[in-house]
Design a protein around this ligand. Structure first.
Ligand code: DX5
Ligand code: ZN
Length: 219
């Protein structure tokens, strides 16, 4: 039997005009982490939020803030996000030339370091860096927008990365992001995922539905 997955609601699907309330509501409903999607309109075709929003939400956060950077370059902004309150900072390898240096820098700043895999990115990217990562995030959509359909092709990659994590002997979180629903959540957990990001599936129906939505993802 698989252990209970970490549920990380993506605030991308929250009501941006009431973000503090949304964060409190989703935490009260059982969120384990808060997933924060940072987009620059350059690395991905959408723009969302920056360190000032992370800082504004920090006093409302009672759970770890899981910051997913979809920006290039990412290096000049790492310090700002950690200072603003990010507990985990994840970067895409394609966002800079020196992934190893970037991961070391995130840890040096005091946060946990994550690597994000686009649907086309090979697990080989981190083959020589298993000691440097605290979290691996598999995108099951092309990053940029919520509400897309889960790409089943990524399940085999989750399985491969699970084997790599086991072989490393390290306690690395394996997270999945994109199109996660109650149905696809089961597939991810069965493939070896230990954390699930969900925007649409958590925030649909408004605050009164959040607890049931999160419970459904846990299965
Ligand atoms: C997209 C983001 C996701 C997104 C997921 O680039 O990384 O975190 O919010 O949204 P859903 O759960 O709606 O697919
Ligand atoms: Zn994300």
């Amino acid at each position: 039997m698989s252990p209970r997955p970490i549920i990380a609601p993506s605030i991308l699907a929250a009501d941006f005009a009431r973000l503090g309330e949304e964060v409190r509501a989703v935490q009260a409903a059982g969120a384990d982490w808060l997933h924060i999607d940072v987009m620059d309109g350059h690395f991905v075709p959408n723009i969302t939020l920056g360190p000032d929003i992370v800082r504004a939400l920090k006093p409302h956060a009672t759970v770890p803030m899981d910051v997913h950077l979809m920006i290039a370059p990412a290096d000049p902004f790492l310090e700002a996000f950690v200072e603003a309150g990010a507990d985990i900072v994840s970067v895409h390898p394609e966002s800079g030339p020196h992934l190893n240096r970037t991961l070391k820098r995130i840890r040096l700043l005091g946060a946990r370091a994550g690597v994000v895999f686009n649907p086309s990115t090979s697990p080989a990217v981190i083959e020589w860096m298993m000691d440097e990562v605290d979290l691996i995030l598999v995108m099951s959509i092309n990053p940029g927008f919520g509400g897309q359909s889960f790409m089943h092709s990524q399940l085999a990659k989750i399985e491969t990365l699970r084997r790599m994590i086991e072989a490393s002997g390290r306690d690395i979180v394996l997270e999945v992001d994109g199109g996660v629903t109650a149905e696809t959540a089961r597939l991810c957990v069965d493939a070896g995922a230990t954390a699930l990001v969900a925007g649409t599936a958590v925030f649909r129906g408004g605050p009164q539905a959040y607890a049931a939505n999160i419970a459904a993802l846990r299965g």
